[in-house]
Design a protein around this ligand. Structure first.
Ligand code: FES
Length: 161
């Protein structure tokens, strides 16, 4: 068995090996598609919640790309998150139609409530196509309309328990 130096990375554990096998399986399954990198990255995020640093060389090897090629695409699109997602995600629309209907107050209340939370991730979106029923937003991916601070509190009351 080769000796590891003091600066060597720790040997991958069972969870790491299972994830690598899963990512390789996803990449191999989609590799024959035309333009497979984006579908592979979407599938990895869907399966694992984010793209881990260790996923990049696996995908690069399957697609015969450089790690820099894969990392460049991952870092270009914000949809390919690089860290595990929070337990809950709130995305509030900050575009003009929702602003005209009070989105700023809802966003300010959400920021006050969840700033620094590790369990609830607050983000901005710019138009969800639900302008007539603004302020709009998504809670764990589900679209909601007329999101006042009070309605947001009601809809997420279970999350803080
Ligand atoms: S501006 Fe908010 S949904 Fe369109």
């Amino acid at each position: 068995m080769p000796q590891r130096g003091p600066s060597a990375a720790p040997a991958p554990g069972p969870a790491d090996r299972a994830r690598a096998a899963s990512v390789r399986g996803i990449a191999e399954e989609l590799a024959r598609m035309r333009g497979p990198l984006l579908p592979i990255l979407h599938a990895v995020v869907a399966a694992h919640g984010y793209v881990h640093d260790d996923d990049i060389p696996v995908i690069a090897e399957v697609l015969n790309l450089s790690r820099a090629d894969v990392l460049g695409v991952v870092s270009f699109y914000h949809d390919f998150r690089r860290t595990p997602p929070a337990a809950h995600r709130v995305a509030l629309c900050r575009a003009e139609a929702c602003q005209a209907r009070g989105a700023d107050a809802t966003y300010a209340a959400a920021t006050d409530r969840w700033a620094g939370s590790t369990e609830i991730e607050l983000g901005e979106v710019f138009c969800l196509g639900n302008c007539a029923l603004g302020p709009a937003g998504t809670l764990d991916g589900a679209l909601h309309a007329r999101l006042t601070p009070e309605r947001l509190d009601t809809l997420t009351a279970e999350w803080d328990r």
